[in-house]
Design a protein around this ligand. Structure first.
Ligand code: BGC
Length: 758
C-alpha cells in the first residue's frame, strides 16, 4: 500500500469514513482507492469472531477458550503468555482477523469489579510484563492487538459515564504503569481507550492521556480506537488523539467531521493523522497476511496446559495429591459444568468443554453428586442429602465450588464477595463427616471463605478455560505439580479492601482516595491480615532460597550506586528440596528506606519462574534500573529516586520474604523547596543547599536571642529543634523578634542559593 498516494486520492468524506467502523467489526474498504478492509474480534483469551453484524454476544464462531487473564496471570510465566499469544495470532490469521481486542490491562482495584476475571493483577508490574508477553506473541504472527481499556476503567458500575478521580502520582504509578510497560516492551498495534472519564474528561477526548502521555512521552505511534460506543464528542476526540471510532455511528459523526474540517473547528491535519494511523494498521496486517489452519483440537491441548500452569494451590494439609486407590466423592455442580469463562464481550463459543466429571473415571475411583447447582444460588434438601451420603462412602471429598455466571460479568459489579450461601452450607455439612475436604474454586475474583480454616485443601482454578476439568484433575492427582501464585490479594472480608469506602463512588464520580495503596501495597503496609497474600501459592515440593547477590554495573566505583547511570544485577539460588519436580515463582520486592516520600512498605519489581528437579539448584537473575526504585514525584513531574538506602527483598509471596540485602543509591537531585515567606524551617533543613543558609542564619539569630556565642540549631535541645521544624520562616518575626526586613533578606539569600543550583 502506498499510503502517501492514497492520502492524496481520498476525499474529505472518505477520510471521515475511514476513522470509524464500517460495521461492528470492520473498517474500510474503499476499493477504488486501494484501501482494504480489516476485521477485528474480541479477545482477550480466545476468538469471539462474529461473522455478521449481530448484536447477540453469543453469536460467534466455534473457538478455543483459553484460561481467562486472572488465571494465566497466576502462572507468572512470560513464556506461557507469549505462547498463548502465538496460538491466538495463528488462529486470527486462519480466520482473517487483523486485530484481536486484548489484553485488558486495568488494575484490580476492588474485588467487586465485575470484569476482574479479564484483568491481570492488582499490581502494575505483573500487568505490564504479562501483557507485553501476550502482545509480543500475537504480533509475532503479524496480527494486531488492542491493549485496553486505556485507562482507569476499574469498575463496571456507570462505566460509560463515571469519572475516575485520581491524583497524578497514583495514575502514573498504579493505573498507567502497566500500559506504559506494555507499550514500551511490545508496541501494540492498537490501544483501546476506555469508556469512563478521568478527572472529569472522557478517555476518548483526553488529550493529556492519548497524546501528551501516550504518544509524546511513551513514544507510541500506533492506532488508538475507542471502546465500543465510548465516543461522546467525536471532534474533540480526534483533536485529542483518538484515531478510530468503533463501531461507528451510522455516518452521524462522519458528517460532523466533514463539517468541522470545513468550518475550521477541526484541523484537517489532525484528521489526516488519524486516517494515516488507520491506513498504517491496514498495511501492516495485509502485508503479512498468510495461510494458517485453526486446529481447534490442538489448541485445546494448549488451553489445558495453560490452565495447569496457572492453578494455585492455596491450602494442603497433606491431603493432596489424591491417590488413584482412594475413593473420592466429587461434589458440586461445577464438577459437571465448570465455569471456565466470564460473561460479556470476551465470551467464547467454546470448542470442547472438559469437566472433571467427564474425565474422572480415568483418574481413580470417583463418584459424583451435584449437591448444589453451577448456575444458581439455591439447592434442594434432596441434593444436599445425596451429596452427604456420597461423601460418607468416600475417603476424601472434593467440592467444586464457585460463582455462578450471573455473579460476575462485564457491565456490572458484584455486590459482595461471598459464594452462594447454599455452597457454604453444604461445605459445613460435609466437614461434619470428619473426612478430608478439598475445595476447588471457579471464580474470577476473590471470594470470602468462611470454611478456609477447617477444610484440608483449597485449589484455586479461577475461570480456567475450556480444558479446566482436565487440568484440575491433573493437579488433584499429582500428574501436574501446581506452580501458580496469586497475582492479587485475597482479603479476609470485603471491608478490608482499601477501596471499600470509595467503591463504586457517588454522584457519577469515584474518588480513588486510597491513592497508590492498592492491593498488597495497602495490606502489607497496614499489616492487615489477609486470607491469602499476593504472590502466594503452594507446590507438592518445597524450595529453599540462598546466596542472594547484588552487583552493580555501569560507572559505579565503591560509593553509593548511581542509579541514573548504573544497573543492579541480582541473583539468587533456588533449590528443590522436595521429592518431586516443580516450578517456583521467585519474587523481588523493593523497600524504600529513604523516607523521602510516602511509599508502600514494598513493591514488586521482578519475578522469575524456574523449573527444578528434586535436589536440583538453579539461579535466577533480575536486573534493576532506575525505574525499579522510582516513584512519580509531582513536584518535578517525573520519576524520581531519592538518595539513600533501599532493601532488595526476595520472597515466596509478598508476606514471605526469605532473603534481603540493602543497597545505597545515589539518586536524583534533592527537590528544592519553594522559597517564600511561608517556607517552613524543616523543609529548608531537608535540602542540602537551603540547609546551609538556614543553619547560618539560625546560628546568628540564636546567638542574638540567647546572648550566647557558638550555639547553633544542632546544639539546641531536641524538643526545641523539633518544634522549629514547622515554623514558617516569617514567624521568626514573632518568636525571635527580628525585623521584617531581616526575614525578607533571609528569603532573598535563600532564593539566590536556590537559583544557583536550578
Ligand atoms: C468492551 C470491550 C470489547 C468491545 C467489543 C466493549 O463493551 O468493553 O472490551 O472489546 O466491547 O466487543
Amino acid at each position: 500500500m502506498d499510503i502517501d498516494a492514497i492520502m492524496k486520492e481520498l476525499t474529505l468524506a472518505e477520510k471521515a469514513s475511514l476513522v470509524s467502523g464500517n460495521s461492528a467489526w470492520t473498517v474500510g474498504p474503499i476499493e477504488d482507492k486501494g484501501v482494504p478492509e480489516i476485521f477485528m474480534c474480541d479477545g482477550p483469551y480466545g476468538l469471539r469472531k462474529q461473522e455478521n453484524d449481530s448484536a447477540e454476544i453469543y453469536d460467534s464462531i466455534d473457538a478455543v477458550a483459553f484460561p481467562t487473564s486472572v488465571a494465566t496471570a497466576a502462572s507468572f510465566d512470560r513464556d506461557l503468555m507469549y505462547d498463548i499469544g502465538v496460538t491466538l495470532g495463528k488462529e486470527c490469521q486462519a480466520e482473517d482477523v487483523s486485530v484481536i481486542l486484548g489484553p485488558a490491562a486495568n488494575i484490580k482495584r476492588s474485588p467487586l469489579c465485575g470484569r476482574n476475571f479479564e484483568y491481570i493483577s492488582e499490581d502494575p508490574y505483573v500487568t505490564g510484563e504479562m501483557s507485553a508477553a501476550l502482545i509480543n506473541g500475537v504480533q509475532s504472527q503479524n496480527v494486531g492487538t488492542s491493549l485496553k481499556h486505556f485507562a482507569v476503567n476499574n469498575q463496571e458500575t456507570e462505566r460509560m459515564y463515571v469519572s475516575a478521580d485520581v491524583d497524578e502520582r497514583t495514575l502514573r504509578e498504579i493505573y498507567l504503569a502497566g500500559f506504559e510497560t506494555a507499550v514500551k516492551k511490545s508496541d501494540p498495534w492498537t490501544l483501546m481507550c476506555s469508556y469512563n472519564r478521568i478527572n472529569g474528561t472522557y478517555a476518548s477526548e483526553n488529550k493529556w492521556l492519548l497524546t501528551d502521555v501516550l504518544r509524546d512521552e511513551w513514544g507510541y505511534d500506533g492506532l488508538v480506537m475507542s471502546d465500543w460506543g465510548a465516543v461522546s464528542d467525536r471532534i474533540r476526540g480526534i483533536a485529542a488523539g483518538l484515531d478510530l471510532e468503533m463501531p461507528g455511528s451510522n455516518g452521524v459523526n462522519d458528517a460532523l467531521i466533514v463539517e468541522a474540517v470545513r468550518s475550521g473547528r477541526l484541523a484537517e491535519a489532525d484528521l489526516d493523522k488519524a486516517v494515516r494511523n488507520v491506513l498504517k494498521l491496514m498495511e501492516k496486517y495485509h502485508s503479512g497476511k498468510r495461510e494458517e489452519v485453526f486446529d481447534r483440537d490442538k489448541d485445546h491441548e494448549k488451553a489445558v496446559h495453560a490452565e495447569e500452569e496457572s492453578i494455585v494451590l492455596l491450602k494442603n494439609d497433606e491431603v493432596l495429591p489424591l491417590r488413584s486407590d482412594e475413593k473420592i466423592a466429587i461434589i458440586g455442580g461445577f464438577a459437571a459444568n465448570p465455569r471456565f469463562q466470564g460473561g460479556g464481550s470476551s465470551h467464547i463459543n467454546a470448542h470442547n468443554i472438559v469437566s472433571a466429571v467427564s474425565v474422572m473415571d480415568s483418574y481413580g475411583s470417583c463418584v459424583y453428586s451435584e449437591g448444589f447447582p453451577y448456575d444458581g444460588d439455591r439447592t434442594t434438601d434432596e441434593k444436599m442429602s445425596a451429596a452427604v451420603e456420597a461423601a460418607k462412602n468416600a475417603d476424601k471429598v472434593v467440592v467444586f465450588a464457585g460463582l455462578p455466571d450471573l455473579y460476575e460479568s462485564e457491565a456490572y459489579d458484584r455486590e459482595h464477595m461471598r459464594l452462594p450461601e447454599c455452597q457454604n452450607i453444604l461445605i459445613e455439612e460435609l466437614l461434619k463427616l470428619s473426612k478430608p475436604v478439598i475445595i476447588v474454586l471457579h471464580n474470577g475474583s476473590p471470594v470470602e471463605m468462611p470454611w478456609a480454616e477447617y477444610v484440608d485443601g483449597i485449589v484455586e482454578a479461577y475461570l480456567g478455560g475450556e480444558g479446566v476439568g482436565e487440568a484440575v484433575m491433573n493437579v488433584l492427582y499429582g500428574k501436574v505439580n501446581p506452580s501458580g501464585k496469586l497475582a492479587e490479594s485475597f482479603p479476609k472480608k470485603l471491608e478490608d479492601n482499601p477501596s471499600y469506602l470509595n467503591f463504586p463512588g457517588q454522584n457519577h464520580r469515584c474518588n480513588y482516595a486510597e491513592g497508590i495503596f492498592v492491593g498488597y501495597r495497602y495490606y502489607d503496609t497496614k499489616k492487615t491480615d489477609v486470607l491469602f497474600p499476593f504472590g502466594y501459592g503452594l507446590s507438592y515440593t518445597e524450595f529453599e532460597y540462598s546466596n542472594l547477590k547484588t552487583e552493580s554495573f555501569g560507572s559505579a566505583d565503591n560509593g553509593p550506586i548511581d542509579i541514573n547511570s548504573d544497573k543492579i544485577k541480582v541473583s539468587v539460588d533456588v533449590t528443590n528440596v522436595g521429592k518431586v519436580a516443580g516450578k517456583e515463582v521467585v519474587q523481588l520486592y523493593i523497600s524504600d528506606k529513604t523516607k523521602a516520600a510516602i511509599r508502600p512498605v514494598h513493591e514488586l519489581k521482578g519475578f522469575e519462574k524456574i523449573s527444578l528437579n528434586p535436589g536440583e539448584t538453579g539461579t535466577v537473575y533480575f536486573e534493576l534500573d532506575k525505574r525499579s526504585f522510582a516513584w512519580f514525584n509531582e513536584a518535578v513531574s517525573d520519576w524520581y529516586v531519592a538518595s539513600g538506602e533501599y532493601v532488595i527483598e526476595i520472597g515466596k509471596s509478598s508476606r514471605d520474604i526469605v532473603l534481603c540485602e540493602s543497597v545505597e543509591l545515589k539518586g536524583d537531585a534533592q527537590v528544592l523547596p519553594v522559597i517564600d515567606m511561608d517556607v517552613q524551617i524543616g523543609d529548608l533543613l531537608k535540602n542540602d543547599v537551603t540547609r546551609e543558609v538556614v543553619m547560618k542564619v539560625m546560628k546568628e539569630e540564636i546567638d542574638k536571642f540567647t546572648g550566647s556565642d557558638g550555639m547553633d540549631m544542632e546544639s539546641l535541645d531536641p524538643m526545641t529543634y523539633n518544634m522549629l521544624q514547622y515554623l514558617p520562616i516569617r514567624t521568626l518575626r514573632s518568636f525571635t523578634y527580628i525585623t521584617n526586613e531581616r526575614v525578607e533578606s533571609i528569603v532573598a539569600a535563600l532564593k539566590e542559593e536556590v537559583e544557583k543550583v536550578k
